[in-house]
Write a protein that binds this ligand. Sequence first.
Ligand code: SAM
Length: 260
Amino acid sequence: MSCVPATPPGMRVRTGRFKKLRSRETGQAHAYRHLAQRLGQAESQALRDLDGLHQRIREIWSGYKGESLKYSFGDFGLPYQGFEPLMLPGTRPAMHRLGIYQLEQHLPKGARALDIGCNHGFLLMGLAPHLEHGMGFDISQSCIDVGNAVAEHLGHSHIELSSKPFDEFNTKKQFDLVIACAVHHWIGVPLQDFGAKLHRFCKPGGIVLLESQGIRRTDATEVDFVKKAETMASAGFEVIRKGSLCDDGINYREFWILRK
Ligand SMILES: C[S@@+](CC[C@H](N)C(=O)[O-])C[C@H]1O[C@@H](n2cnc3c(N)ncnc32)[C@H](O)[C@@H]1O
């Protein structure tokens, strides 16, 4: 099976566009340095509160070094996930991604979601208005500390994040949405077993979001992603949508939405 996907609409890969996207990322890192200096001097109390959050998060980021999180602190000195509503920079802006996945159209009222390897939990944070409860976990304590600081700042007591590796996670609960983005590569579990777990975590009629691992190319994604996604889906899911994105300008990724 070919690993080179058809070029999706709106994502013709040209060197000029790639350079533009790269400069967007370096621009973001540069702009963040200015923002960090200015936020504390803002007149508005809301912006000064935001400055307090940013300061707290920068302290947590500094702890990333101790964890050697090569997959959590990414390119251009930016962390992996960004969260636009709070001006938190990152190579992968959560709201932009959610706009592409369009998950909310598949969610019932009062939905419950699980995010496996949630990083900062910003996908759950962006979905929070659509959720009765969001649970996320990640092996990185620093990532979870950032997520919890943001959840507290936003008053999102219904978003629950904890630090643990996948093989220590267990729950009897089932979810309307299970997010497993760019994570199957890291957790060290055979894909068939991972598919079976996703099936167990998902309510009947619930959905799973799978996403490929970027390979630092804008014209191809993780080798054999289609085959891997088919293996996970074979646990008892139907594929209801496939799509692609290149939200960081560096990695073309594919995603599948499955329904149990
Ligand atoms: C490529 S990032 C993807 C993050 C997030 N799912 C997203 O799409 O924005 C992989 C994440 O998996 C986490 N991770 C790696 N190994 C893990 C494990 N064994 N259990 C739980 N999380 C893990 C990392 O800390 C990192 O946040």
